[in-house]
Design a binder for this molecule. Sequence first.
Ligand code: PGA
Length: 231
Amino acid sequence: MNGTMAQGIALARGIVEAVQDDAKLLEKNDFLICPPYLHLAPVQTELSMAVSLGGQDCSPFENGAYTGDISAEMLRDMNCDYVILGHSERRQYYMESNLMVQQKAVMALEAGLKVIICVGETEEQREAGQQNDIVEQQLAGSLPSGGTGDNVVVAYEPVWAIGTGKVATIGDITAMHGHIRGLAPKDSRILYGGSVKPANAAEIFAVENVNGALIGGASLKAEDFVGIAKV
Ligand code: PGA
């Protein structure tokens, strides 16, 4: 929930300009931007084939009388290819349960979207050594049946590392991504999220089973966002 429409458009334009003529970069990376709902339409007009569009959330319901909601079908109609679901901020501030995330994912797949399902433990849960169980429960409860490696992406985002500048250690990331590899649909991409920036991206991308990143703060500057892909 950042920025004005003019800022969103400028950011999208900056990202597209920085990547669209860089064949080497595009060969190595897929780019996706997920702006706030209100910015989807104007941002869409800025995008080229090089950058895909996604939503940050969607309704667990089909189109109908759900005031304030945006359906998966509406996102698809706006040329979104993806939707992020179960981000820790949604789980924390809006009490979204695994079941609700799963219902949203079912709607999204039915609408032809690919889903990015976010999971991750809190600091207290990690200190208690519960991170593997928590992530396993989240995946068991949130993944839609019928999900495949093609339409399900999993994002591991330790809650304590999001927007805090704290990054999980390479050992923590290696262990958790290995764990998720055994639980996610075969060949799903597994993204790491939590204070990823150009300065730490190379060592994170070198970890086995890290197939990309979900970027928050650093995505607000085109230079930093694209800089992460360039490492
Ligand atoms: P961050 O956010 O990169 O600012 O830690 C990640 C996220 O919001 O998923």
